[in-house]
Write a protein that binds this ligand. Structure first.
Ligand SMILES: Cc1cc2nc3c(=O)[nH]c(=O)nc-3n(C[C@H](O)[C@H](O)[C@H](O)COP(=O)(O)OP(=O)(O)OC[C@H]3O[C@@H](n4cnc5c(N)ncnc54)[C@H](O)[C@@H]3O)c2cc1C
Length: 456
């Protein structure tokens, strides 16, 4: 009997956990992802602020799955799905391929949304990928280095003002870490500037930080951030930005322009473009964030062989968190395994089990919410630490992470402070050269807008 062929798009929490859950199923799995790694996004902010190396949070997908004989890993950007022909089109640089499937699990995640102001991305990178985190790291350290050599006090102040837009867990963690970097790690390492005088401003349109954690934890987190020296600006919408400033509108209608060279965008998500393709072909709806409104069993209308899990799926009551993706992936994989083994497939819909949320504020301080239980401070921080270690893929990743944490928490030192020009401007340069340029660049051909020259 021919075995069912399951194609999984994405190697994030949804994709990887779906592949693992099919380990014992009589199916062949092809996992296609545009990166060669599985990414533990919750710790991206630590890569951006020099605590962890990118390898510590992004193990090779091939290595993670090397013992699972029924999985084949393919690196490629999925550019199209044909649900009638049951094929997926993908591209690795300029090599195009098509793969047929019996079952398709799409776990392509979500990107950053700038709420219609995409030009903000030039000045305020988001934080979704290793590239983003390394770019942010380069921008943050660049600002301190530039401030050290400028003679103009106004420019120095501008360079030492860091703005984080979005006070969800990512924004809170990022603001807290930039503050610690400036106050502790870099203290005494410059001669012309005092790194501790850097301003870190966290801006959000909501009236509290960490809205999903509830009002009480939001208040406590705000107080903790302010005690650490982060300025928290709530009820304020960012309306404009350029290389030198951020403009926001307060609830009372007043507009404020803040001089700030470094900006981080941690607000808003936008479902992956593959959602649009699937919606057009199956009649599924997209929500306002471009997520696919799936059926209760995570399939698409009229296509029980196509499922969407994780951040790209809209399921009422399921938040865009790792557990949402993991549980969805396991549910879908279980049904496919039953089908492949000739067992009856249960009609039960997908039910999400909320295991709680957590975020770090600074060293030794975090907030945790599990059901009605709310924990703050050191105990919450220990819980955060233990849980994150548990979920980092692979033994090597856990050991490396623990070592780096020990160095950073005990000495305030950060071992991952390497920054390069490629990290700083690589994204902007590639955007200027246009899509699909890598092949031409590698062949030494013109890059699109001009001749490729070797920089001295
Ligand atoms: C900075 C940050 C911090 C977070 N912190 C937390 C936290 O503390 N706790 C928590 O529970 N959740 C957190 N989350 C959310 C959590 O990471 C996501 O909910 C989870 O990663 C969703 O899993 P996913 O598989 O749907 O998508 P992702 O993990 O984003 O994976 C998407 C995958 O699809 C691939 N892909 C995308 N497009 C294509 C394409 N066209 N072709 C091929 N491959 C493609 C990507 O390369 C990737 O492998 C955080 C997210 C971010 C960004």
């Amino acid at each position: 009997m021919t075995r069912l062929h399951v194609v999984i798009v994405g190697s994030g929490f949804g994709g990887l956990f779906a592949a693992k859950a099919l380990r014992d199923a009589p199916v062949d799995v092809t996992l296609i992802a545009k990166t060669t790694h599985h990414l533990f996004q919750p710790l991206l902010y630590q890569v951006a602020t020099g605590i962890l190396s990118e390898g510590a949070i992004a193990p090779s997908t091939r290595e993670v799955l090397k013992h699972q004989r029924n999985v084949k890993v393919v690196t490629g950007l999925v550019t199209g799905v044909d649900v009638d022909a049951r094929t997926v089109r993908h591209r690795f640089h300029d090599a195009e391929s098509t793969t047929r499937y019996d079952h398709l699990i799409v776990a392509a995640g979500a990107g950053q949304s700038y709420f219609g102001n995409d030009r903000f991305a030039t000045f305020a990178p988001g934080m979704k990928s290793i590239d983003d985190a390394l770019e942010l790291r380069a921008r943050i350290f660049w600002a301190f280095e530039r401030a050290e050599i400028t003679a103009d006090p106004a420019e120095r102040e501008r360079l030492l003002t860091f703005v984080v837009v979005g006070a969800g867990p990512t924004g809170v963690e990022m603001a807290g870490q930039i503050r610690e970097l400036a106050s502790r790690t870099l203290k005494g390492q410059f001669r012309a500037i005092d790194s501790t005088s850097a301003r870190v401003v966290l801006i959000d349109g909501a009236s509290q930080v960490l809205p999903p954690f509830g009002a009480s934890l939001g208040r406590k987190t705000k107080r903790s951030l302010e005690r650490a020296g982060v300025e928290v600006v709530l009820d304020s919408i960012v309306t404009d930005m350029d290389a030198e400033s951020v403009t926001y509108r307060r609830k009372d209608g007043e507009t404020v322009r803040l001089e700030a060279a470094s900006k981080v965008w941690a607000a808003g998500v936008q479902g992956n473009d593959l959602g649009k393709t699937l919606a057009e072909q199956t009649g599924a709806e997209l929500d306002r964030s471009g997520r696919v409104v799936v059926q209760p069993d995570l399939t698409l209308p009229g296509h029980p062989e196509v499922t969407v899990v994780g951040d790209l799926a809209f399921v009422p009551g399921v938040p865009g968190v790792a557990q949402g993706a993991i549980q969805g992936a396991r549910y879908v994989a279980g049904r496919i395994a039953d089908l492949a083994a000739g067992r009856p497939v249960a009609a039960d819909p997908f039910v999400y089990k909320d295991k709680g949320s957590m975020a770090t504020i600074s060293k030794y301080a975090a907030v945790v919410k599990v059901g009605k239980l709310e924990v703050t401070g050191f105990v919450a921080w220990v819980m955060w630490l233990a849980l994150h270690l548990l979920y980092i893929a692979g033994f090597k990743g856990r050991v490396t992470t623990l070592l780096h944490w020990a160095i950073s928490f005990l000495s305030n030192g950060r071992t991952e402070r390497v920054t390069t020009n490629q990290q700083l401007v690589g994204r902007l340069a590639l955007e200027q050269l246009g899509q699909g340029v890598t092949g031409r660049l590698l062949r030494g051909e013109t890059g699109g807008t001009g001749e490729v020259r070797r920089t001295p």
